[in-house]
Design a protein around this ligand. Structure first.
Ligand code: G
Ligand code: G
Ligand code: MN
Ligand code: NA
Length: 253
């Protein structure tokens, strides 16, 4: 059987699940949000990360269904956390196909309403590849989402081919500095210069800046000193099931 057949069965049997990775405010270490990350509970291979199936899923007609499911699931979770006294913003990664449909803002609005969530509770992550592939007409749903107050993040910033003009053309609220630049921050002066410039650029454009892949206290201190507000990475927690995230946030905040 092909991977696509198996993915179809996974959608039908509810074999996908979301893990959540904490995002912290570097000033005080408080968990202020999470990124929702897809996992596949495979009948024989166990829990699979997106690396094992994302390429096939992205280019299959199932992408929209999985993307909409993830949005629904993440919003349901955010509502449950809110009921437990935790106001965590949840970030959901988008598939290119979800934007191509043209009615994403309507679907997102309906999902938020179903769960009684304010638009500020949701962040949508777009990779550079998705952003660059957008036709001008596909910008409209993004602009409407932004106007509703939903935050839009530029994922994996700095790894692709987007020109700096992209930052002007798109209604982006946050840039996520790719973890590839963070790993060697202490040793590689080029990485340090690039990260420094990305932080300044984001801040002068009035955008939030979050660094991904923070693993050490040194990386954290360096980023905080350079004015980076937010961080995500194993230092604060790996992607984990919703219940574990709730307990972690209740302990830390
Ligand atoms: O969980 P992990 O760090 O292995 O995720 C790898 C990548 O898979 C993420 O960086 C993200 O780009 C992608 N990804 C994870 N979950 C989703 C999802 O729900 N939708 C989309 N479109 N991409 C996802
Ligand atoms: O959306 P994106 O493709 O950026 O998803 C983040 C991916 O990076 C996830 O697969 C997650 O497991 C991984 N990741 C998150 N934090 C760290 C980290 O601190 N170190 C490493 N090596 N990987 C991380
Ligand atoms: Mn992401
Ligand atoms: Na990323």
């Amino acid at each position: 059987r092909t991977l696509e057949t198996e993915l179809r069965e996974a959608v039908e049997t509810g074999a996908f699940t979301l893990f959540y990775q904490p995002q912290v405010r570097l000033a005080d270490g408080h968990i202020i949000g999470v990124e929702a990350l897809l996992r596949w509970n495979h009948p024989r291979q166990g829990l699979l990360t997106p690396g094992a199936f994302l390429d096939v899923l992205e280019s299959s007609p199932l992408a929209c269904r999985v993307g909409e499911w993830a949005l629904e699931e993440a919003c349901g979770q955010a509502a449950a956390w809110q009921a437990a006294g935790l106001a965590l913003r949840v970030g959901v990664n988008l598939f290119a196909e979800q934007l191509r449909q043209g009615d994403l803002d309507r679907k997102v609005g309906a999902t938020l309403a179903r769960h009684g969530l304010p638009p500020q509770a949701l962040e949508l992550e777009l990779t550079e590849t998705i952003v660059l592939r957008q036709a001008a007409s596909e910008l409209e749903p993004l602009q409407r989402l932004h106007a509703l107050g939903i935050r839009l993040s530029f994922d994996d910033f700095g790894t692709g081919y987007a020109s700096l003009a992209t930052l002007k053309r798109f209604p982006l609220d946050r840039i996520k500095i790719d973890r590839g630049f963070i790993t060697d921050l202490g040793e590689d002066r080029h990485d340090a210069a690039i990260v420094d410039a990305m932080i300044s650029l984001g801040r002068s454009l009035g955008m939030e800046v979050i660094a991904e892949g923070i693993e050490t206290a040194e990386q954290e201190a360096w980023l905080r000193a350079r004015g980076c507000e937010l961080g995500q990475g194993y230092r604060y927690g790996k992607p984990m099931p919703a219940g574990d995230l709730l307990r972690l946030a209740q302990r830390r905040n």
